[in-house]
Design a protein around this ligand. Sequence first.
Ligand code: FAD
Length: 485
Amino acid sequence: SKNAIIIGSGIAGLATAIRLKAKNYDVSVFEANESPGGKLSRLESNGYTFDAGPSLFTLPSLVDELFEISGEKPDENFKYYKKNIHCQYFFNDGTKFTAWDDQDKFINEITEVFKINAKSVLEYLDKSKRKYELTSPLFLERSLHKVNSFLNFNTLKAIASANNLDLFDTLDEVNRHHFKDPRLVQLFNRYATYNGSSPYKTPGIMSMIPHLEFNVGTFYPEGGMYSITDSLYALAKKKGVKFNFNSPVDRIICKNGVVEGIITKNEEHSADLVVSNMDIVPTYRKLMPDQKAPEKTLSQERSSSALIYYWGIRKQFPELDLHNIFFSGNYKKEFTDIFDHKKVPDDPTIYINITSKEDPEHAPEGCENWFVMVNVPPNSGQNWDEMISITKKRIISRLNKFLDADIEKLIETEEMLTPITIESKTSSYMGALYGAGSNDRNAAFLRHPNFSSKIKNLYFCGGSVHPGGGIPLCLQSAKIVSSLV
Ligand code: FAD
């Protein structure tokens, strides 16, 4: 049988390995780190366990599918449940809002807290669903870049305008037209951050994202997000995928426009096809510096990055849930700081993820594991050390007010992740969370394709290429690669 080499074992690399194995390829994965998962990894510190990267899980069926195509029962191998609360929101003016999964409860709460009528919210979510359902099969589930495809960006644009998909207004404009209450505008603007962009720049079609949360649901994998990596790695191994850890790939070998293999640790490994799960920018710059790179695509603005403080907290907060948002007072300024001034916002929105709410063994008794994250620009040489300590003070002082506590005294262990360490741990260009950003309409829809148009048998998967970042889209990229192969 033919053999395939995958560079990297991020979620998309694992999914591609499983899919190609199911197509009877001999599959070898070469991973620079000592363990699989890339951004989807785990961190242990003084009795606390943290999911290091992604924390929100939507569209679990895309993970189930990998077990199904491999002839395994998903529910025996990967367990998850639907959350009854999507998120606890805390607004700067003291408003608290619980986003319930149950639609009646959700509508009750939103109409009571924001004094709006249910019809307006239901209309918004219906529209969100329609946008998703029209865009997904056209765009998220296949490659737009094949010349012989009847689909291309112009077709998408035509469909978008014919169906009023809000490709031409910003997300903020769409939300302000729909909601009068600035708190609701802020709540629905936040979905821009799900792909690392600004609501004041990204196209309004991104208002399809809440559909996934409110109409399909948010989920929690038993044991935490890392169970996704764990169970896919176990599945791949069981099916016979070979893994090589501590094996950074240095070169993709190409001859006469055809890929021939890779070089790692000064050794050549030949392959009939190669899939790079490494960020597309270093894939070109480091692994094939002699090939002509698609400069325009590589120069697309990067998505936001993050500062994350992993705190072991010596107390429990019943008012908090798995996902918690503490909104900034001036959302517009927050995004101007990030994308125009390229600095950590003075008053950032704070996200806290607490998996010990679901898995108590992730923290010692009576304690909680706080993953405290703020959105920041990708690394362009800022003075991070200075911003990290100022930001920590600001976060603590705001949380003290919101929660009426003395947080500083409760922190018994601290770890950190910054744009610089995100890049050094996963090769993400500039430490961006989602590859290219979606502030620009063209960048949002015209990312690097999942194949090379110059080199035969070379493919790309993961958050920096089509269709985009985040677990569901990374899984889609693996599916597209496998169908192109
Ligand atoms: P990555 O995870 O980027 O992994 C790439 C792998 O390739 C790494 O293991 C790396 O070591 C390896 N590699 C790179 N270069 C080489 C080389 N030369 N040789 C060998 N191996 C190499 N998404 C969500 O869906 N929900 C969220 O809530 C969410 N929150 C996030 C929060 C944070 C803090 C971060 C960092 C990301 C978040 N994301 C979220 C985004 C999500 O994590 C990513 O989109 C996704 O995990 C990226 O997967 P990937 O397959 O592109 O590969």
